[in-house]
Design a protein. Sequence first.
Length: 428
Amino acid sequence: MSRFRMCPTPAQEDQMLVHCAHARYVWNLAVEQRAHWRPGRQSAPGFAEQSRQLTEARWASEWLGAGNADVQQQALRDFAKAVAARYSSGFGEPTWRKRYRHEGFRVIGTDRVPELNADGTAKLNPKTGKQVMGRSVVVQKLNRKWAQVKVPGCGWVRFRNTRHDLPDAKTFRVTWRNGRWHIAFAVIPEPIEAPGAGKVIGIDRGVTVTAALSDGRILNCPKLTVKERAQIRKHQRRAARAPKGSDQKTAEYAKVARLKAREADRRKDWCDKTSTMLASSYDLVRFEKPNIKNMTASAKGTAEQPGRNVRAKAGLNRAILAQGWGLLRQRTEHKAPGRVEDVPAPYTSLRCSQCGWIDKNSRKSQAEFVCTTCGFTCNADTNAATNVAVGQAARPRKTPSGTGGATPRQRSSAREPQHPTGVGIPQL
């Protein structure tokens, strides 16, 4: 997915907001139709039936009929894809789209161009023998920094070209968030070739240190400065004092949103640059696999059983999500497909990377690791990253009765290494 910053004129911006409203309205109608279905009733209409109903709705509604039919139909196609992938994607049933939060629409190409096979030859229809024609997005390069794309009803809209070559895509999506427009072309990025040196890197992810590499390097995701965080608090206080529904409250919250969007941009840029470095420098990248969903779950509980330390847990959740763990793993997989592995997180920070011993007392602090058996001293995050690089999930040995694992103190007294296949295990 190639994403660029758009710079539309005020008239073009107004028209694109109308496209967003039409796409959101059509999507919500499809959600309402599906929510109306119950066992025993007729099944919800599919894409073909909804397209026919959309034509009738465009004739009945002057506001809907004034919009672009392709934009509205693509919203139905996106909804059909979301319904088909509701189980495999993990997102479940498609939900409502809200104004100011889900602003965007998809556009298909308008130019008819011949489709090509992987070897560069023309693709032919097996039944008719004629050449297959496909759609292509109309994009023009203006200069080294700027390009333009044709958007229905808006004409040529400029966008910032931050790459050498323009994308060759069949569709693109336009989105709006916090006063900024972006265009994303649906293209599959070319994977980065492996260096071929056989290098393996392990990455331990944390809150204090975003990514600790097994070669000793420490990488931290950039965040807002102290001054910028003070500005957020200032605007939040002003918004809290402003009258409900006033323009002042809306303006102050918009300033807060722009500052938070700046932090998200820095996080995305860091993840892209770091993932490129990992994919181009190492043949195999192993990530520690924490359960991010469970780690960032709310602690507020229910009305009958309220949680404890809710505000502290909410702060921890925000700190975890601000590190970009999932985005870094995702972007690395995109750039190095088949060369990224996940290692279970349990005991990676308690296992000595030299002798393989597991003891919770070896972790002296957040940054200090001193093995209670061999005396090996190392940064705790680097030690965990080294265990991740080995790729072995350290697990405690079960008792003979099979009731559970031995405690670290019991293992320490037995002086028995838990993983004979570890690195640097001393001979008895």
